[in-house]
Design a protein around this ligand. Structure first.
Ligand SMILES: [Zn+2]
Length: 146
């Protein structure tokens, strides 16, 4: 069990671009997907895995297709990588977690990446959070490696 709460998420320029593209392409719906990675306090993102948003109202909420989660867990078995969290976009431009997001948070070690769109539907810089049970979400640092 991982007891070290993450404080940093390291991603590549290509992964940053891929998260932004997912957010822009899904507009006006929310995009969503899973993040695979390694590390504990400092997490390194290894894979951005897009998933269908199967929420009943995908313009206001997200639900990651459970089959994608299942397939990823299976694919990561024995690789040293694990599911470190997930991402989704906010077409309404809100940069932090919504009240609904906080209500869904059930894993204090899961990283939440939010990609908010600006008024011109361009993706802002993704932000990362952890959401300890019963607490306000805490923003963690995103480091883009060259
Ligand atoms: Zn949200």
């Amino acid at each position: 069990m991982n007891t070290t709460s993450p404080s940093q998420l390291v991603l590549s320029r290509a992964q940053d671009a891929s998260l932004r593209a997912a957010a822009e392409n899904a507009y006006p719906a929310e995009c969503c997907g899973l993040l695979a990675g390694t590390g504990e306090a400092s997490l390194t993102l290894t894979q951005v895995v897009n998933a269908a948003n199967i929420a009943t109202d995908p313009q206001r909420q997200f639900t990651i297709d459970p089959q994608v989660h299942f397939d990823l867990l299976r694919r990561l078995r024995g690789t040293g990588e694990r599911v470190i969290g997930h991402y989704h976009s906010h077409p309404n431009g809100i940069t932090g977690l919504s009240r609904q997001d906080v209500a869904m948070a059930d894993d204090p070690n899961a990283v939440w990446v939010i990609i908010a769109l600006d008024a011109a539907q361009h993706a802002r810089t993704p932000l990362a959070f952890v959401c300890p049970a019963g607490q306000e979400p805490m923003r963690i640092e995103i480091v883009i490696r060259p």
